[in-house]
Design a protein around this ligand. Structure first.
Ligand SMILES: NC(=O)c1ccc[n+]([C@@H]2O[C@H](COP(=O)([O-])OP(=O)(O)OC[C@H]3O[C@@H](n4cnc5c(N)ncnc54)[C@H](OP(=O)(O)O)[C@@H]3O)[C@@H](O)[C@H]2O)c1
Length: 297
């Protein structure tokens, strides 16, 4: 397939491009800078220069492809409303092109805020609806196009898509530990996160775009629940540092922006995803990955 990938230079996107190319697909990757373009090219993809706000470029990419995987996000943590606005506008622009074609569109999401008090299921619809919702309500926007001739798919990534070179949340936790000389968890550390290795996530994206039925929500979750205390312990072991509880009122001071959600449980089931696509995560698991040194340098 000819597949247009936004976020092709990103942490997950670059692994997805490698996985697609290795499995015989042609990839057109969006890149907003010369540096990102070089990275995407080196992965074996063609480059479409463009920014998330360049809706003409997004329409062009979607128009040239048999399938679209949308992984780009501004991740403007200081101004999430702007990230959400841009996300919705970008998604809408690409859906307008794909409507009525039967082509696939996969949108990325996370596991946060889906349900309270239990792991999210693939059957749980996101409560984020409309342009002012989290991520611009883009998951529901996309899935609604299953009735408008788009092979719509959503993929929800675990809050830790981990591996060597990760610049995401576990990397920030590790940096905080290094800077403070102690690895922290919040409160009693009982909050739990799901996790998936980056290569397993990339394989799931490929299987999903190749085989998942329209309307599917996929959970890129290999381990359903890893306690945040265990994450802190693994970081401590990896860096040979002590471990300690951090009081909730000191969360942001100690961890930076990750402190605002390190005490949140963000978990999802993966039973339906595994059964649907015969996807078997190969690991390593998050704690093993940290202890083996993925975050040491
Ligand atoms: N990683 C995780 O643990 C995780 C967990 C849950 C959900 N997710 C979601 O999964 C998706 C991929 O995440 P990721 O970890 O791969 O993110 P990432 O590493 O931050 O990559 C983001 C990608 O978006 C591109 N991008 C950012 N702003 C852009 C703009 N204005 N115009 C065009 N492209 C832009 C980046 O391009 P540059 O390379 O040029 O910066 C990069 O390719 C996102 O939707 C994310 O929210 C990730």
């Amino acid at each position: 397939m000819q597949i247009f990938v936004t976020g092709a230079s990103g942490w997950i996107g670059s692994a997805v491009v490698e996985e697609l190319v290795a499995n015989g697909h042609s990839v057109l990757g969006l890149a907003r800078s010369a540096e990102s373009a070089a990275k995407v090219k080196a992965l074996g993809a063609e480059v479409l220069p463009g920014d998330l706000d360049d809706l003409a470029a997004l329409r062009s990419g979607a128009g040239q492809a048999e399938a679209v995987i949308h992984l780009a996000n501004k991740h403007d943590w200081g101004n999430p409303a702007e990230s959400d606005r841009a996300e919705r506008a970008a998604v809408q622009a690409m859906l307008d092109v794909l409507a009525g074609t039967g082509r696939a569109f996969m949108v990325a999401n996370g596991l946060s805020g889906l349900v309270e008090g239990r792991p999210a299921l693939e059957t749980d619809a996101s409560p984020a609806i409309g342009p002012d919702a989290d991520r611009g309500g883009s998951e529901n926007l996309v899935l609604g196009y299953a009735e408008k001739g788009v092979h719509s798919l959503a993929i929800r990534f675990a809050p830790s898509v981990h591996g060597a070179g990760d610049w995401g949340f576990v990397n920030f936790l590790t940096q905080a530990a290094r800077e403070r000389g102690v690895s922290g968890y919040l409160g009693d550390g009982s909050a739990q996160w799901s996790a998936v290795h980056r290569r397993d996530a990339a394989r799931l994206v490929r299987l999903g775009i190749e085989k998942a039925p329209a309307g599917a929500r996929l959970h890129a979750v290999a381990e359903q629940a890893v306690s945040t205390r265990d994450i802190a312990n693994a970081i401590a072991d990896s860096l040979d540092l002590p471990v300690t509880s951090i009081a909730p009122e000191n969360a942001t001071e100690h961890f930076g922006f990750v402190g605002s959600f390190f005490a949140d449980t963000m978990t999802g089931s993966n039973d339906r995803t595994r059964a649907l696509l015969s996807w078997k995560p190969l690991g390593p698991g998050l704690l093993e990955d940290i202890r083996m040194g993925a975050y040491r340098s």
